[in-house]
Design a protein around this ligand. Sequence first.
Ligand code: NDP
Length: 276
Amino acid sequence: MINGITDCTTLNNGLKMPWLGFGVFQITDGNEVVSSVKEALSVGYRSIDTAAVYNNETGVGKAIKESGIAREDIFLTTKVWNSEQRKSRTLPAFEESLERLQTDYVDLYLIHWPVDGFYIETWKAMEEIYKSGRAKSIGVSNFMDYHLDDLLPNCEVVPAVNQIEYHPYLVMSDLYDYCNSRDIRIEAWSPLMQGHIINVEPLQKLAEKYGKTPAQITLRWNIQKGVVTIPKSVQPQRILENAQIFDFEISFADMKVIDALDSGKRFGPDPNNFNF
Ligand code: NDP
C-alpha cells in the first residue's frame, strides 16, 4: 500500500525513487518554472523531472536552491537530448546540465529518445557517468521492447527506468510486462493525457464514486499499477490536487475498468516513428 507523497519505489540498483514526481515540460524557464517547482516542493513533492531540451534546467536548479530543502532530499531527473547522443557529446552535455541545475549530481539521467544508431554508444557514456557517481541511476525513455532487446545485451548496467507515454488510453501491456519482468521501472509521461482525462466519462464516473477528480483517479491508477508518475501543472490548486492521491485505494474491479479504456491512442510522438 502506497500511502504518502514521499513513498518510494526501490529501483533495480537499490535507489529509492518517489512514486509521484513533478514534470516541467513546457514550463517556461525563469519565474514560471521557479514558482511552479517551489510550489510543488512546498506541498510535498520530492521528485522533479526535467530535460536539457525543456530549456528550464536553470530555473529548476534555482527553485531547488531557493526552496531551502536539502538537495539529498530531492530526487532530480534530467535527460540527454537526441543531438547529444554520441559518446563524445553525452559527457559534455551532462556537465552542462549539472551546471544549469547547480548541482554536482542527478538522481536519474535518461536517454530521452532511442535515436537509431546512437543509443548503444550513448548508453556506454551513461554507464561511465553512473560509475563516476554523478548520476545515482541511469535509464531510458521512449524505448519499445525491441529497442531494449537491442540495448540489454550491450549493457553492463541495466536501465533502472523506462519513461514512456502511459495513461488510460495507452497501456501497452506487452511493454509493461517486458519492463516489469526485467526489473526496469516504468515511469509515465503525459499521465493526464495532457489534460484530456477530464473529458473521459468512465473516469468522471469513478471520480464521483471515490469523491476525487479524474486526474486523481488516473494518477492513483498509475501508482497502483506500479508505475511512477510525473504530472505537470503550473496552477497551484492543480499541483496540490495531483498530490492528493494517497488517502484512497481504487478497487481491483475499478482498476480493470480503467485498464479497459486502452485504445493505443497517443498524445505525443510515437517512438516507433519519430524523426527528431
Ligand atoms: P500531463 O499529462 O502531465 O498533463 C499536463 C496538462 O494537464 C497541462 O496542460 C495541465 O495544465 C493539465 N493539468 C494538470 N493537472 C490537471 C488536473 N488536475 N486537471 C486537469 N488538467 C490538469 O502532460 P505532460 O506532457 O506535461 O507530461 C508530464 C511530464 O512528463 C512532463 O512535464 C515531462 O516532465 C514528462 N514528459 C516526458 C516526455 C519524454 O519524452 N520523456 C514527453 C512528455 C512529457 P495546467 O498546467 O494549466 O494545469
